[in-house]
Design a protein around this ligand. Structure first.
Ligand code: PGA
Length: 250
């Protein structure tokens, strides 16, 4: 049975103090049987990590570099994140893939580097509205998944999570319907089977992200190929986020 995972992506929000408070509330309200992850901004990793110590909530980061160390001004390596007790890292979030033009060549090295450092990589994939309207969803998803895994050997797949995040649904309030999301997840899983085989593909968690709220989460998570969520806006509101976490319980 695949694990249920709900990850909160706090993006460039919170202060040191509000980050600590949010982490505290999440840690106190987490539901057994659901893996809960929070991804605060880099400067607050240590403060949030301290709050989470001894709780069931895991620490994640929002991005990483693909090199272990060196002259890369402003960047943070996967090894540094592991050193800060991070267990997860997002790779290729659309705000970086599209917003900052991070290409597929770069993202595959980030995925491989993150996993090599002992982290679980959450590879984000998803089509834009333009690509959806042009009926290119499957083509785009296949490309994002294939390229994201290109530098990874099959034995490392246990540390990979995929997040399907249609770009048009992120931060817009326009959530994909459970049917639209399931269709994309089933396609991603089918595509994974062709790359890594049935057993590995069937064990890989695929999360949905894009305008998930406490009200729509249960219907999304009831779909057979949706194993949890990657949550942006609602992850900043503890009551909403915990409602989403509770909805992920089988
Ligand atoms: P949202 O963001 O929940 O605010 O739509 C999701 C994400 O960016 O991961």
């Amino acid at each position: 049975m695949r694990p249920r995972i709900v990850a909160g992506n706090w993006k460039m929000n919170t202060t040191r103090e509000t980050a600590r408070q949010l982490a505290q509330e999440v840690a106190q309200g987490a539901t057994a049987g659901v893996t809960v992850v929070v991804c605060p901004p880099y400067p607050y990793l240590e403060a949030v990590g301290t709050v989470l110590k001894g709780s069931s909530v895991a620490l994640g980061a929002q991005d990483c570099h693909y090199q272990e160390k060196g002259a890369y001004t402003g960047s943070v390596s996967p090894a540094m994140l592991a050193d800060m007790c991070c267990a997860y890292v997002l790779v290729g979030h659309s705000e970086r893939r599209h917003g900052l033009q991070e290409g597929e060549g770069l993202l595959q090295f980030k995925v491989a580097a993150a996993i090599k450092a002992g982290l679980t990589a959450v590879l984000c994939v998803g089509e834009t509205l333009e690509e959806r309207e042009a009926k290119r969803i499957e083509q785009v998803l296949a490309r994002h998944v294939s390229s994201g895994l290109a530098a990874l050997s099959a034995d490392k797949m246990g540390r990979l999570v995929i997040a399907y995040e249609p770009v048009w649904a992120i931060g817009t309030g326009k959530v994909a319907t459970p049917e639209q999301a399931q269709e994309a997840h089933a396609f991603i899983r089918g595509h994974l089977r062709t790359i890594v085989g049935h057993a590995v593909a069937d064990a890989t968690p695929i999360l949905y992200g894009g305008s998930v709220t406490g009200d729509n989460a249960a219907n999304l998570f009831a779909q057979p190929d949706i194993d949890g969520g990657l949550i942006g806006g609602a992850s900043l509101k503890p009551t909403d986020f915990l409602k989403i976490v509770a909805a992920a319980k089988r």
